[in-house]
Structure formats: structure tokens, C-alpha cells
Write a new protein. Structure first.
Length: 95
């Protein structure tokens, strides 16, 4: 019984992780402005914002350390949300 529960829990975690990965947008960093706490990203659709069109946009970042992880030209996967009215990158993965 415990093994069945553990296997089911692991399967659920794997499904959640795969879904989270699938909902990340893909893009390319075109500018990093550490003083302003922003980065500019050329991106495709952003599922969490219900944006189906690609464009280039300026985003704030959830954590300033994110700005140190990337430079112009880097390919990224990211998620964004409206935080206090500003479009903000909340998850960032360098490709």
C-alpha cells in the first residue's frame, strides 16, 4: 500500500513538473538594465499572460539576481506575471 502511494505521488510530481516546463515561454535576451531592474526579451507566446503573439518586451524581474544570470543574446525559458501592475519575469531558465 505504501509503495503504491509513493509511486502515485512520484507520478503526480513528474506530471506537475512536466506541465510547468511546458508552460514556460521561450525567448532571447536583447538588453539587460541592472540599474532599472529590467531586461528586454524577444519572445514567442507567453501562456501565463495569454499572449499568443511574439514580440519584444521589457520586463521587470522578480529577483535582481536573475539579471546577473543572463546577457544579451542568451536564449531563455521564462514565465511572467503582472506584479503590482508591472510585467515581471517570475521564473528564468537559461538555455
Amino acid at each position: 500500500m505504501k509503495r503504491t502511494f509513493a509511486a502515485a505521488a512520484l507520478a503526480l510530481l513528474a506530471t506537475v513538473a512536466a506541465h510547468a516546463q511546458a508552460t514556460l515561454a521561450e525567448g532571447e535576451v536583447t538588453k539587460v538594465d541592472a540599474k532599472q531592474g529590467k531586461m528586454t526579451v524577444r519572445h514567442g507566446p507567453i501562456p501565463s499572460l495569454e499572449r499568443t503573439d511574439g514580440m519584444t518586451m521589457v520586463f521587470r524581474v522578480k529577483d535582481d539576481a536573475m539579471l546577473e544570470q543572463v546577457k544579451p543574446g542568451d536564449k531563455i525559458a521564462f514565465d511572467a506575471a503582472r506584479v503590482n501592475g508591472a510585467l515581471t519575469i517570475t521564473v528564468l531558465e537559461k538555455k
